[in-house]
Design a protein around this ligand. Structure first.
Ligand SMILES: [Zn+2]
Length: 102
């Protein structure tokens, strides 16, 4: 029979969820990308968010052959809603095509 203790299993899951949330929070504080949303891309000015090889968020101007980090960062103004640092357009994360020019 199954010898898994459901109470113990439940506690382990809760602990893992706590650890995951703590890790995501820590990643945000370090400027790393916690991968809890899509990368952003401004359709108005073509500023594109990208991930460096060290998992840090960068942005580059589309068409830049060197993908040079502009050092600008999209700002989260509401959960799931971001403002482009370059042109001020508002972007929704995760929905892809939606763009509100405000
Ligand atoms: Zn923009």
């Amino acid at each position: 029979m199954d010898d898994e203790d459901p109470v113990k299993l439940d506690q382990e899951i809760r602990m893992l969820v706590r650890q995951l949330r703590a890790a995501q929070q820590e990643a945000r504080e370090l400027g790393l990308f916690p991968e809890d949303r899509e990368l952003l891309e401004c359709l108005r000015c073509d500023l594109v968010e990208d991930l460096g090889c060290d998992q840090r968020l960068t942005t580059f101007q589309r068409g830049d052959p060197g993908y040079t980090d502009t050092s600008m960062r999209f700002q989260e103004v509401q959960p799931g809603m971001f403002r482009c640092p370059q042109c001020g357009a508002t972007l929704m994360a995760d929905t892809g095509d939606d763009l509100d020019f405000g």
